[in-house]
Design a protein around this ligand. Structure first.
Ligand SMILES: *Cc1c(COP(=O)(O)O)cnc(C)c1O
Length: 392
């Protein structure tokens, strides 16, 4: 998801907004500043700023250990990581993905001349419906990209069975899912590979950054070469590569953030519980719950607005929140298939996406993270409750 600031001017308040300062979705989580600064001093002293420096190497080791995966290759951002993974897996023709995702998942395919084929999400989830995926398979299909939307694992096993049956590659856009588990195993271990984003707004950030996790040695080797122009030794190029390297300063941020990961997770858990209390019993508002059995970063506080029961539409609700300086977002509205270039290229895509079309206009994402506390959440809950009463 992109930085909030370029898109959002808080609207001029009519009266006094409930919050003097805007509350953002995806306000960056930052670890211990002194440790970050010490790492930055060190990299400046070494004059080793990029090209697989010691901080990137340490970051790579630590991530792989944390995820319990053989390889976790740092990349300059999540979108380039997706493109590298797509390229290294040899995807071409058509690749199936959800429309209910951030547009970068689709762009990464289209940018390489691959046709993104949008499949619907399953009712009651926000993730790909394996039955819908199966309906979209054609002789041109080479792969499936599952997205773990909100950090909730998609139907990993069913998608893997489908991929095996039809000889397709399966990879995951795990941009939301760093620190999340599925069946007790960390996300990062599924499919051929999984791609993380460490963008500033994500649960865990390296300013900009990303990574590709895989248990496949040969794929990891290929990705390592491809992210560095295809260099194999100083004068030898053996692949069409790109510049996908992570810098040392980003790894400094990553190493520092990893040390605070449990704290970020605790804050998000506490905030989510506060939201559950603050929104309890408001007709027409449903807070999306996360599995208690799994590790989960709870970076997204997602509410479904049933306009009939609540009395306000999702868009009216968001407008009112913005007027109070609560800069809620409408993720993922209207869905990739209704954005350019896809709406022009594939004008009928929506016909196969009834759940996506139903869900996308109902969802609101509320602010959480280290910049939000229990008192703020109570205030937000109080506003949402009063608008229902006011509307009713
Ligand atoms: C953020 C995001 C990306 C892109 O990651 P960047 O690091 O911003 O390039 C891709 N997919 C999803 C689902 C995302 O939320």
């Amino acid at each position: 998801m992109n930085e909030i600031h370029p898109f959002f001017e808080p609207p001029a308040p009519k009266g006094q907004p409930a919050f003097a300062q805007p509350l953002h979705v995806g306000r960056p989580n930052i670890g211990d500043r002194r440790k970050l600064m010490a790492r930055i001093e060190g990299l400046l002293d070494r004059r080793w700023l990029s090209n697989n420096g010691p901080l990137v190497q340490e970051f790579e080791q630590q991530m792989a250990g944390y995820l319990g995966v053989k390889h976790c290759i740092p990349i300059c951002n999540g979108t380039v990581a997706l493109e590298l993974a797509i390229c290294a897996l040899g995807l071409e023709g058509e690749v199936i993905l959800p429309s209910y995702t951030f547009v970068a998942t689709a762009h990464a395919l289209q940018w390489q001349g691959i046709t993104p084929v949008f499949a619907d999400i399953a009712p009651g989830t926000f993730n790909l419906d394996p039955a819908a995926v199966e309906r979209m398979i054609t002789p041109r299909t080479t792969g499936i990209i599952g997205v773990h939307v909100w950090g909730q694992p998609c139907a990993v096993e069913a998608l893997q069975a489908l991929a095996d049956q039809h000889h397709l590659q399966l990879m995951f856009d795990a941009a939301h899912a760093f620190g999340c588990s599925h069946g007790g195993r960390m996300i990062g271990n599924f499919g051929r590979c999984e791609v993380f984003s460490f963008h500033a707004t994500k649960f865990f950030n390296t300013f900009e950054g990303g990574a590709i996790a895989t248990n496949d040695d040969a794929l990891a080797e290929k990705l390592r070469l491809m992210k560095n122009f295809g260099f194999h030794g100083p004068d030898n190029i053996i692949y069409l590569g790109v510049n996908g390297k992570m810098t040392e300063v980003c790894a400094a941020m990553g190493l520092t953030g990893l040390e605070s990961l449990d704290e970020f997770m605790d804050i998000n858990r506490r905030n989510h519980e506060s939201y559950a209390r603050a929104l309890a019993g408001i007709p027409g508002l449903r807070l999306i719950e996360y599995s208690r059995a799994e590790k989960c970063n709870r970076q997204y506080v997602v509410v479904e607005v049933a306009a009939e029961a609540y009395g306000l539409s999702r868009d009216e609700t968001v407008a009112r929140l913005h007027a109070e300086n609560v800069l809620a977002r409408k993720y993922f509205w209207p869905g990739c298939h209704r954005m350019e270039p896809y709406r022009t290229l594939y004008p009928d895509a929506g016909l196969a996406l009834p759940q996506t079309e139903r869900i996308a206009p109902r969802m609101v994402v509320l602010p959480t993270g280290t910049g939000v506390d229990g008192a703020a959440i109570e205030t937000i809950g109080g506003l949402l409750r009063s608008w229902h009463q006011g509307a009713g």
